[in-house]
Ligand binder design. Structure first.
Ligand code: BDR
Ligand code: CA
Length: 310
């Protein structure tokens, strides 16, 4: 049985690879792509999702545009990491598909309400769409099978010393989602920093001379340059596909069950995922916090899926 998922994302270089992984992996049935402001504005991330789908000929999955800004705060996009377009680097042709008529929030509500409780939500951007959907239609909450999200850190953040970008961008939304009571897997920086794009990875993509795999390699070269310049990383971490990988085969990530609270009032720590590592017994609500990834399996999975495109 395939895992039915909705991918809620803010493409974004690593979101683009997460999208390509979700759309073509045989264990995943991608029902919809809902986009949100984060790495760039809502218009730009939606446009980028359309461009990626067009390039990869993903024509059977609706793409919706979502929330423009966080619940209570101004939007601070990540142009320093992803460029002015949100997907700088290789040129992409204009999309040949159109946006779905619904807003991301409405599409999430519609698909969850009519589901049989068998949809897993995968989030690779800020959690604004889902938080709004839960507030507007609480009946969706028990319908969510599980949530897998890239976000947070057990330790050091990447946007402030305390906070990772997706949670920092909209901490109030994260607080709602982490407190919803559904099974939630958090894939933090400690895991994604294990998924490093080495020259060997790029070589495995390029040697095929396949269009989509070579496009992915070009995207990752741009990403590598940013990560070297901003963070001094020799190889860039491929964050977002890790949250899709956690659905494809949860046994390939080690997780600890613990209480996670979101800091929304800190002077220096807003957006921190406060992980109660030593809490015994873990207090509800409980989050499955991933801390280790089977890295060879991850790359074999991502690369094989990218190579399955033309
Ligand atoms: C996260 O922030 C974004 O820039 C990436 O797309 C990823 O989702 C990593 O902190
Ligand atoms: Ca992202």
């Amino acid at each position: 049985m395939k895992h039915k998922i909705i991918l809620d994302c803010d493409p974004g270089h690593d979101d683009a690879i997460a999208l390509l992984l979700a759309a073509h992996h045989p264990a995943i049935d991608l029902l919809a792509i809902t986009t949100v402001a984060g790495n760039q504005s809502a218009e730009k991330t939606a446009y980028n999702a359309l461009k990626i789908c067009s390039l990869a000929q993903i024509h059977n999955v609706p793409v919706a545009m979502g929330m423009q800004s966080p619940l209570l705060r101004p939007a601070h996009h990540a142009a320093n990491i992803h460029g002015e377009s949100g997907l700088d680097g290789p040129d992409l042709p204009e999309p040949d598909i159109e946006l779905a008529p619904q807003h991301s929030v409405d599409l999430l509500i519609e698909l969850l309400l009519k589901s049989e409780g068998d949809i897993t939500l995968v989030h690779t951007g800020p959690l604004t769409n889902l938080a709004i959907a839960m507030r507007r239609e609480p009946a969706i909450i028990p319908k969510i099978k599980a949530i897998s999200l890239m976000g947070g850190a057990i330790g050091v953040g990447n946007t402030t010393p305390a906070a990772e970008f997706n949670i920092w961008f909209d901490p109030e939304a994260a607080k709602i989602v982490f407190g919803c009571g559904r099974p939630l897997t958090m894939v933090p920086l400690e895991v994604t920093h294990q998924a490093l794009v080495t020259p060997e990875v790029l070589q495995r993509l390029r040697v095929s001379e396949r269009r989509v795999a070579c496009f992915a390699a070009d995207l990752l070269v741009f990403f590598a340059e940013t990560y070297l310049r901003i963070f001094g990383f020799v190889y860039p971490p491929l964050h977002d596909p890790c949250a899709v990988a956690a659905v494809i085969d949860p046994t390939m990530l080690h997780t600890h069950r613990m209480r996670v609270e979101i800091e929304t009032k800190g002077e220096w720590t807003t957006g921190r995922t406060v992980c109660d590592i030593y809490g015994k017994p873990a207090q509800e609500p409980c989050t499955h916090v991933a801390y280790a990834l089977n890295v060879p399996w991850f790359w074999d999975t991502v690369i094989a899926t990218l190579l399955s495109y033309d």
